[in-house]
Write a protein that binds this ligand. Structure first.
Ligand SMILES: Nc1ncnc2c1ncn2[C@@H]1O[C@H](COP(=O)(O)OP(=O)(O)OP(=O)(O)O)[C@@H](O)[C@H]1O
Ligand SMILES: N[C@@H](CCO)C(=O)O
Length: 291
């Protein structure tokens, strides 16, 4: 039996659509695997009633199939599904790491990222690895078609999750199919600024580099209360705030010491719109851990 914890993650960070990701300290999914003749899945925890037990529809089951590693899989969900906090990825990442250990496959972390991304493809329609990469490797990650880079960074984060459900599959439909050269230039400038900020542990640069005029405005329209919450975060000291993953969570970057104020301001803003929400404060954290 092997048990692995994999954390919540935030993908995109505004300017890095399908490329950037960060790991949180918490919340996390905890996955336990045992050898079996056929794969079966039991799900408990936050939002488990909305998660299929069918191995072909659960990211963990798709990972078991991709590794040809049948198992009894128990998933204790800490990351709410359809949150924008990498819920499906946390299960996929933890399962990939756990089965690699259980079956002695000796795959590298980078190979496991590709395996876990196959689980993501089953639920969202595309094998984007920008959540599973930080869930396995930790830190700030950059995903390209031919590989993944990861770097440890110390940046304070606040994620606020409103009581709204948005599936990644639906949120991908609103993404523009093409952009102008002017938008491309601005996006590259933002993404480079953010990356420099991560290397320097500089929340001001990271916040400035989250600016994006392409994907974020289209997705923000799906999140009731988004504009008010982002404005409140900035007024409380956030250096940047944007849609986390496909939403509805909002990710804010702060200086250390400002996290509680920013979290409280965003919670109040959603409450003013009649929406319950929860806040998670974190710094950029580690990836999947075997117990
Ligand atoms: N193990 C799993 N954990 C969570 N959701 C799962 C799992 N397996 C399948 N799903 C399905 O995936 C969907 C949630 O994934 P989705 O990518 O939409 O949300 P998310 O992972 O929280 O968001 P994001 O990728 O934007 O951070 C739900 O329909 C859920 O039923
Ligand atoms: N890059 C993905 C992350 C969400 O799973 C998206 O924004 O659609």
């Amino acid at each position: 039996m092997v048990t692995v914890r994999a954390p919540a993650t935030s993908a995109n960070l505004g300017s890095g659509f399908d490329v950037f990701g960060v790991a949180f300290d918490r919340p996390a999914d905890v996955v336990t695997v045992e050898r079996a003749r056929e794969t079966s899945i039991e799900v408990t925890g936050v939002g488990s009633e909305y998660i299929p037990n069918d191995p072909e529809k659960n990211t963990a089951g798709v990972v078991a199939s991709a590794l040809d590693a049948p198992a009894s899989i128990s998933i204790d969900k800490g990351v709410r599904p359809s949150s924008g906090l990498g819920s499906s990825a946390a299960s996929a990442a933890a399962t990939a790491v756990a089965l690699n250990e259980l079956y002695g496959r000796n795959l590298s972390d980078h190979e496991l990222v590709q395996v876990a991304a196959e689980g993501e493809a089953a639920v969202s329609g595309t094998a984007h690895a920008d959540n599973v990469a930080p869930a396995i490797l930790g830190g700030f990650t950059v995903v390209r078609e031919d590989g993944v880079e990861s770097v440890d960074a110390s940046i304070p984060l606040v994620a606020v999750l409103p009581d709204i459900v948005i599936s990644t599959r639906d949120a991908r439909h609103v993404v523009p199919e093409s952009i102008t050269i002017e938008d491309m230039v601005r996006t590259v400038g933002s993404a480079a600024t953010l990356t420099a900020g991560m290397y320097r542990d500089d929340p001001d640069l990271v916040g400035r580099g989250m600016e994006d005029d392409v994907v974020t405005p289209a997705r923000a329209d799906l999140i009731q209360g988004y504009d008010r919450a982002v404005e409140a975060a900035r007024e409380a000291g956030a250096t940047g705030a944007t849609v986390s993953g496909a939403g509805p969570a909002i990710l804010a970057v702060t200086h250390s010491g400002d996290q509680r104020d920013v979290a409280a301001a965003m919670l109040d803003a959603f409450e003013a719109d009649g929406i319950d929400s929860r806040a998670f404060t974190s710094t950029i954290g580690s990836g999947a851990t075997i117990f």
